[in-house]
Design a binder for this molecule. Structure first.
Ligand code: PLP
Length: 480
């Protein structure tokens, strides 16, 4: 493909994408296929001779589209949203064209510098405390990680390194392996599985803190566990708080937990993967109060801030905590500006070496939506969740299972777990809407998350009519 053909095909592709998204509602939101479906639809070997673009695009419809779960359908209410907007897609095209691998400042200065400034812009939109803003002389700052899972792992590894150094500074005879074997991390029993995985990968113990009736961690519970563990000779070093848990969007009490962590020399990381985007609205910003006690904070603009995957933004109070833990300087990555103090080499902030120019997506979205446009998006989706909540509340066969604070509604039919499992099976099978369940206090619960950017009130109303119709049929069949 040469530039001339690229111009033509590129325009065709833009049309294909716009058509796909404009008409996405006509497609069943969830595929109707058996595992292994794809292998039979394409050859067993890559082609020897080049093929035509037309043939390829025909196969996109024949092979790929039937196997897509349409995350951007307004009838998709599963998991949490995956952000998507036209400005972000255009920025990603440009990112592909520039195609730099921005591991160091010298590897493409704009890639690094725009990222630092975009993280400052976003940090200010969230009203993060000054200590998290890089500015020109700050000690903190932000970085784009691929996912919240990676941000959590980075924070845990940095905390681990800091804890070993702290203990050895006082007890110089203690070996690193002895200290490591005594370290203990904490998180909520509602935390995302990636937090537990970070501890597995980081090879440290992790204890789950039981949550209260609102599925939130309270200071008393963490304090009790920390006291017990210290008495047993262990070294508490890390707590991962969640703001907006995955099952029910619950918020840990960080205004109380933060001072406890600070007093105990425990690194506090905040995982706000989903909820973080909402903090750009002043009315939701109080949910982030207590951030001033955190060592690191992360959320996913690629969930709810209209920036397509991947874009997970992480801030640290002290850059040296994270850089100091992982710095390696082979000669081929050195460059003459790196000692100037003004230079950030993001490779020290992350696990891989290579990184894409992801801040372009942020810049495009922030400029083309403006803070007001982004706030309007969040507010609209919260209002739609409230609308769905009222529909559930008005039907006495159903119950709401957790307070609706943002764009997630947890609900169920009053009755057994089995009844609700059957309801979900029917919903999934009908393919008109798509939901996933969660478990709350041993109960099987349906999660209804407002996901697509194009979801409107009519989709909520129709989804509810569909759910109640299936529930009606199910209840009719129940033995009385
Ligand atoms: C979605 C989610 C994650 C995982 O996000 P990734 O970016 O896919 O790793 C982590 N924590 C919470 C609270 C989430 O909702």
């Amino acid at each position: 493909m040469d530039a001339a053909e690229f111009r033509r095909r590129g325009k065709e592709m833009v049309d294909y994408v716009a058509d796909y998204l404009e008409k996405i509602e006509e497609r069943p939101v969830y595929p109707d296929l058996e595992p292994g479906y794809l292998r039979d639809l394409i050859p067993t070997e890559a082609p020897c001779e080049p093929e035509s673009f037309e043939d390829l695009m025909q196969d996109v419809e024949r092979v790929i589209m039937p196997g897509i779960t349409h995350w951007h359908s307004p009838n998709f209410f599963a998991y949490f949203p995956a952000a998507s907007s036209y400005p972000a897609m255009l920025a990603d095209m440009l990112c592909g064209a520039i195609g730099c691998i921005g591991f160091s400042w010298a590897a493409s200065p704009a890639c690094t510098e725009l990222e630092t400034v975009m993280l400052d812009w976003l940090g200010k939109m969230l009203q993060l405390p000054e200590c998290f803003i890089a500015g020109t002389h700050g000690h903190g700052g932000g970085v784009i990680q691929s996912t919240a899972s990676e941000a959590t792992l980075m924070s845990l590894l940095a905390a681990r390194c800091k804890a070993v150094r702290r203990v050895q500074a006082v007890e110089s005879e203690r070996s690193e392996s002895d200290v490591l074997s005594k370290l203990v991390a904490y998180t909520s029993d509602q935390a995302h599985s990636s937090v537990e995985r970070a501890a597995l990968i980081g090879a440290v113990m992790m204890r789950k803190v039981p949550t209260d009736e609102h599925f939130a961690v309270r200071e008393e519970m963490l304090k009790k566990m920390v006291e017990e563990d210290k008495a047993a000779g262990l070294i508490p070093f890390y707590f991962c708080a969640t703001l907006g848990t995955t099952p029910s969007c619950a918020f840990d009490h960080i205004t109380k937990l933060g001072p406890l962590c600070n007093k105990e020399n425990m690194w506090m990381h905040i995982d706000a993967a989903y909820a973080g985007s909402a903090f750009i609205c002043p009315e939701f910003r109080p949910l982030l109060n207590g951030i001033e006690y955190a060592d690191s904070f992360n959320f996913n603009p690629h969930k709810w801030l209209l920036i397509n995957f991947d874009c997970s933004t992480m801030w640290v109070k002290k850059r040296t905590d994270i850089i100091g833990a992982f710095k390696m300087e082979p000669l081929y990555l050195k460059h003459e500006n790196q000692e100037s103090g003004l230079v950030t080499d993001y490779r020290h902030w992350q696990i891989p070496l290579g990184r894409r120019f992801r801040s372009l997506k942020m810049w495009f979205v922030f400029r083309l939506y403006g803070l007001k446009g982004l706030q309007a998006h969040i507010r609209k989706q919260v209002a739609l969740a409230k609308e769905f909540e009222s529909l559930v509340q008005a039907d006495n066969r159903f119950e709401i299972c957790a307070e609706v604070i943002l764009g997630l509604v947890c609900f169920r039919l009053k009755g057994s777990n089995e009844l609700n499992q059957n309801l979900l099976k029917r919903i999934t099978k009908s393919r008109e809407i798509h939901l996933v369940p969660c478990q709350l206090s041993g109960r099987f619960v349906l999660r209804f998350a407002i996901c697509a950017r194009t979801t409107e009130s009519r989709h909520i109303q129709r989804a509810w009519r569909h759910i109640t119709q299936l529930a009606f049929e199910l209840l009719q069949e129940q033995p009385h």
